[in-house]
Design a protein around this ligand. Structure first.
Ligand code: NAP
Length: 467
């Protein structure tokens, strides 16, 4: 496997990196393990200060950090800068709130004083995808750094530049050696790291295919894991929704990051009274984008991340049409030599069409017409995925009632999909398990250690005692 940056806008091979050596892996495991044991006796305050410095440095180096991502995987520079700022927000949040979130939880018990302490467990491996090259790392890094779990990073093969930049930033902030070590691991080496007794958990964000392989290795070795996988998020437009409000977000929710977002709205499920008007206006939104150099502020459609990603999407769209989908708009070649894909709208997708149950990771919207609210909910739930979703309704109460009936990890009513450090992120079904960010994410790899403390045993009351 080659770790390589190929600029998706110029097709230039920028840099190739060799796989990690066995020695590098051993050094990473040993220094991570040493740090874990040191951190068990260190005040959390020093890690909070380092995390604030990481946030400051991210803001200071915003421009160069953002450009590194653009060269790695082609996202728009303004979106890349937004991602750097989001990372800084996440780092600041866990620096400010980590200590409180890790306070022991008292338990009322007849046995006497009892509480649960939250301790670090050891080295955590994170396996991350290319679509948000820093944000995906930060979601795992910031909470685990505060907890005291050192981390090994295996980033996607096509974003090695971003992996190196993040690791360097952590070093520049003065984090102790072993806090975050980037390794260019091949798949076999990922298995080796997971099996190592110094590693206590693995967090993967990526596809169902990658998730299956890494979750299996974690299960085999009885290691805790969290899986943040794909999605076919629904965007339900109820009959009483205000279409002007709906149209304010439709372009963003499907075309942001060239449509390569796990929580993009991939299925628009629209009430029949609004369907024709919705389609017309979605078509206008999609037609208004300007493909071009992602470093140019005037560009509004970035190239896809790689030739492979574009090829896969083209195959999926062709297959959808061959199986009866109606091509409402798009799917025409863009007259630029790079990995651009014209924003495309497909309708009339029946359950036997492969597109009905396949995640399309690019600027393609599926639009469905429904006659009733229940039909909208049933269609949203007729998916193997359950990551997130959006509901637009005449009131937030009506929208929330419908949102609660959609089987996903995250639902948003009359608004965009937000991702912020205080909000838990994750899904159900084949979208994975576990949560990142928020208290739930912070606790993913902690040992919730029960302590029961008494001055002396009370031998006359043995109910519940274990021998
Ligand atoms: P992917 O192929 O699964 O890659 C993700 C990471 O897993 C990469 O580092 C990849 O390494 C590694 N990987 C894949 N197979 C592996 C194996 N057998 N053993 C060890 N490591 C393995 O995912 P992708 O297609 O690049 O990313 C897009 C997918 O991620 C979409 O499905 C998207 O919805 C999902 N995603 C989910 C979330 C979420 O939070 N739920 C967020 C973003 C993206 P290589 O690059 O070296 O292959």
């Amino acid at each position: 496997m080659a770790y390589q940056t190929v600029n998706p806008y110029t097709n230039e091979v920028v840099k190739t990196y060799p796989d990690a050596t066995s020695d590098q892996i051993e050094v990473a495991l040993a220094s991570g393990d040493k740090l874990y044991h040191e951190w068990r006796h260190t005040d959390i305050q020093s890690r909070a200060e380092t995390l604030h410095r990481i946030a400051d440095l991210m803001r200071k180096h915003e421009d160069s950090l953002a450009k590194t991502m653009v060269i790695d995987m082609g996202k728009l520079l303004k979106e890349a800068k937004g991602e750097v700022e989001l990372c800084a927000i996440i780092a600041d949040y866990f620096a400010d709130h980590g200590a409180d979130m890790l306070k022991p939880t008292p338990i009322k018990s007849g046995v006497g004083d009892a509480w649960v302490e939250k301790h670090a467990t050891g080295v955590v491996l994170m396996v991350e995808p290319w679509n948000f090259p820093y944000y995906q790392i930060m979601r795992v890094f910031a909470p685990n750094f505060i907890v005291g779990n050192p981390m090994i990073l295996k980033h996607a093969a096509n974003t090695p530049g971003s992996a190196v930049a993040f690791e360097q930033l952590v070093k520049e902030a003065g984090a102790p050696e072993g806090s975050l070590i980037n390794l260019f691991l091949n798949y076999d080496q990922v298995g080796t790291v997971i099996a190592d007794p110094r590693v206590q958990g693995v967090a993967l964000t990526g596809s169902e295919r990658g998730g299956r392989a890494v979750a299996a290795a974690a299960g085999e070795n009885l290691k805790k894991s969290t899986m943040e996988l794909g999605g076919m998020d629904s965007f339900i437009v109820l009959p009483d929704a205000n279409l002007d409000e709906v149209m304010k977000v439709t372009r963003q929710v499907r075309l942001y990051n060239a449509g390569q977002v796990c929580t993009s709205s991939k299925r628009f499920i629209v009430a029949e009274n609004l369907y024709d008007e919705f389609l017309k206006r979605l078509g206008q939104e999609f037609a208004s984008v300007k493909p071009g150099d992602p470093l140019d502020d005037a560009t509004t459609l970035a190239p896809m991340s790689s030739a492979k990603a574009k090829h896969k999407l083209q195959q999926q769209v062709d297959e959808a049409i061959e199986n009866g989908a109606n091509l409402y708009q798009g799917n025409q070649p863009i007259d630029l030599p790079e990995q651009f894909f014209e924003p495309t709208i497909l309708t009339d997708i029946k359950p036997d069409n492969p597109a009905y149950s396949t995640e399309m990771f690019g600027p393609v919207a599926q639009v469905y017409k429904v006659a009733t609210e229940q039909e909208a909910i049933d269609l949203a739930n007729d998916s193997q995925f359950g990551l997130g979703g959006i509901v637009f309704a005449g009131s937030k109460e009506h929208g929330a009632k419908v949102a609660s009936q959609v089987e996903t990890g995250m639902e948003f009513v009359n608004t965009f999909m937000y991702t912020l450090p205080e909000l838990p992120f994750g899904g159900v079904k084949k979208s994975g398990y576990g949560r990142e960010m928020s208290t739930l994410g912070l606790e993913a790899f902690v040992n919730e250690e029960l302590i029961v403390a008494k001055d002396h045993p009370e031998l006359d009351n043995l109910a519940g005692a274990l021998f």
